[in-house]
Design a protein around this ligand. Structure first.
Ligand code: NDP
Ligand code: GDR
Length: 372
C-alpha cells in the first residue's frame, strides 16, 4: 500500500486530494494545525477513527514553521509521496503578514525538502510543490506557459517563487523526484470564503435570502483562468506518477472577469443584474428576478458596490494559462467548466443560506459577514 503525506490537508485542495488518494488505495497522512476551534470540516466526511483497525486516513498535528515536527512526522510515516499544499494562501493577506507568509510558504517548502534529505529519503520519496500562476504576476506573455518569465506581485507570490526554485534545486542537486504544479486559480464549494468566487457565491446567496444587504468588491475587471479543484488535484497526483519529474502549468486556457463571475452567480439564483458607473462608483442593480430563490430582493435593489479596501497594493490584472504540456505529456484535460463550477458553488451556498434564513427567522444567530 502506497503512503502519502499531505500538508494543508484541511484546505480546499488537501481535502479533494485526500479523497482521491483514498479511492486509489493509498494510506493517507495529513498535517493539521492546532486551532482553538475544529478546523477539519473539509475532511470530516473521510475521517476514520484511529482506534479502529486499518484506518487509512490519519491526521498529525504539525506546522510548516516547525522543522523538528516535520522531520518527526516524515520519519514516522515514511511516505512514498509528499504533497506540499500547506500555505498562507491568501494574496491580500500576504501584504498584511508578509514575514509569516514567507516563513510558511517559502521556508516551509525548504524545511520539508531538507527533512526528506536529512532522513535519507531523497531517492525514495516523491515531492509535489503547490506552485502558482501568481508567479507570473505582471505577465510577460499571453497565454502563460512553463517557460514564461516570472514577475511576482505580492509577498505571497515572492514566497512561492522561492518554493518553486528550491524544489527545482533539490531535483537538480540531489536527484530528487520533485515537481512543481503551476496551478491557475481553482475553486469549488469548499473554497475559502474570502477568495473572490466564494465571496461572490456565498454573498449573493445570503443577499437573496435577506441575510446580507450588499456585496462589497475590489477590482472586478481582474481576469482569471478559473478551473475546478477536483480536476486540478487529479493532475497533482498524475505529476508524481511519471518516469521523470517535471513542472507543469495546470489551467483551462479560458479567462473571465470577476464581473462576469458575479453575473453568472446572480443568474444561477434567478437574478439579472445591470452594471452601471465606473471605477469606485460602479454598482450592480437588480433588473429582473425569476423563480423563488431571492425572496429578499426586488427590482432596483443595489447588490454590489466597490470598496477600495479590497484593492491590492499591487494587482495581478490578468492570468491565462496554456495547459498544452499537461495535455500532451500526461493526457490531462479539465472536465468542469468555470460556468458549471459556478453553478455548483451557488447551489451549495444557496442551500446553506436557506437553512440560515430559516434559523434566523426562528431566533437563532447565524454567521454571515466575511472580510476578504
Ligand atoms: P487553502 O487556503 O484552502 O488551504 C491551505 C492549507 O494550508 C490549510 O489546510 C491550512 O490549514 C494549511 N496551512 C496554513 N498555514 C499553515 C502552516 N503554518 N502550517 C501547516 N499548514 C498550514 O488553500 P488551497 O487548498 O486553495 O490551496 C492549496 C495550495 O495550493 C496552497 O499552497 C496554495 O497556495 C496553492 N495554490 C492554490 C491555488 C488555488 O487557486 N486554490 C492556485 C495555485 C496554488 P488551516 O485549515 O488550519 O488554515
Ligand atoms: P488570487 O485569488 O489572488 O488570484 O489568488 P482571489 O480569489 O483572492 O482574487 C482573484 C481576483 O479577484 C480580485 N478581487 C477580489 N478578491 C478578493 N479576494 N476579494 C474581493 O473582494 C475582490 N474583488 C476583486 C482580486 O483582486 C484578484 O485579482 C488565488 C489563491 O488561491 C492563491 O493561493 C493562488 O496561488 C492563486 O489564486 C492562483
Amino acid at each position: 500500500m502506497k503512503k502519502a503525506l499531505i500538508t494543508g490537508v484541511t484546505g480546499q485542495d488537501g481535502s479533494y486530494l485526500a479523497e482521491l488518494l483514498l479511492q486509489k488505495g493509498y494510506e493517507v497522512h495529513g498535517i493539521k494545525r492546532r486551532a482553538s476551534l475544529f478546523n477539519t470540516q473539509r475532511v470530516d466526511h473521510i475521517y476514520q477513527d484511529p482506534h479502529v483497525n486499518n484506518a487509512h486516513f490519519k491526521l498529525h498535528y504539525g506546522d510548516l514553521t516547525d522543522t523538528s515536527n516535520l522531520t518527526r512526522i516524515l520519519q514516522e510515516v515514511q511516505p512514498d509521496e509528499v504533497y506540499n499544499l500547506g500555505a498562507q494562501s491568501h494574496v491580500a493577506v500576504s501584504f498584511e503578514a508578509p514575514e509569516y507568509t514567507a516563513d510558511v510558504d517559502a521556508t516551509g517548502a525548504l524545511r520539508l525538502l531538507e527533512a526528506i534529505r536529512f532522513l535519507g529519503m531523497e531517492k525514495t520519496t516523491r515531492f509535489y510543490q503547490a506552485s502558482t500562476s501568481e508567479l507570473y504576476g505582471l505577465v510577460q506573455e499571453i497565454p502563460q506557459t512553463e517557460t514564461t518569465p516570472f514577475h511576482p506581485r505580492s509577498p505571497y507570490a515572492v514566497a512561492k517563487m522561492y518554493a518553486y526554485w528550491i524544489t527545482v534545486n533539490y531535483r537538480e542537486a540531489y536527484g530528487m523526484y520533485a515537481c512543481n504544479g503551476i496551478l491557475f486559480n481553482h475553486e469549488s464549494p469548499r473554497r475559502g470564503e474570502t477568495f473572490v468566487t466564494r465571496k461572490i457565491t456565498r454573498g449573493l446567496a445570503n443577499i437573496a435570502q435577506g441575510l446580507e444587504q450588499c456585496l462589497y468588491m475590489g477590482n472586478i475587471d481582474s481576469l482569471r483562468d478559473w478551473g475546478h479543484a477536483k480536476d486540478y488535484v487529479r493532475m497533482q497526483w498524475m505529476m508524481l506518477q511519471q518516469d521523470e519529474p517535471d513542472d507543469f502549468v495546470i489551467a483551462t486556457g479560458v479567462q473571465y472577469t470577476v464581473r462576469e463571475f458575479i453575473t453568472w452567480s446572480a443568474a444561477e439564483i434567478g437574478v439579472t443584474l445591470e452594471f452601471t458607473g465606473t471605477g469606485v462608483d460602479e454598482i450592480a442593480t437588480v433588473t429582473a428576478i425569476e423563480g423563488d430563490n431571492a425572496p429578499a430582493l426586488k427590482v432596483g435593489d443595489v447588490v454590489m458596490r466597490i470598496d477600495p479596501r479590497y484593492f491590492r497594493p499591487a494587482e495581478v490584472e490578468t492570468l491565462l494559462g496554456d495547459p498544452a504540456k499537461a495535455k500532451k505529456k500526461l493526457g490531462w484535460v479539465p472536465e468542469i467548466t468555470a460556468q458549471e463550477m459556478c453553478a455548483e458553488m451557488v447551489a451549495e451556498d444557496l442551500k446553506v443560506a436557506k437553512r440560515h434564513a430559516f434559523l434566523k427567522e426562528h431566533g437563532h444567530d447565524v454567521p454571515v459577514s466575511v472580510e476578504g
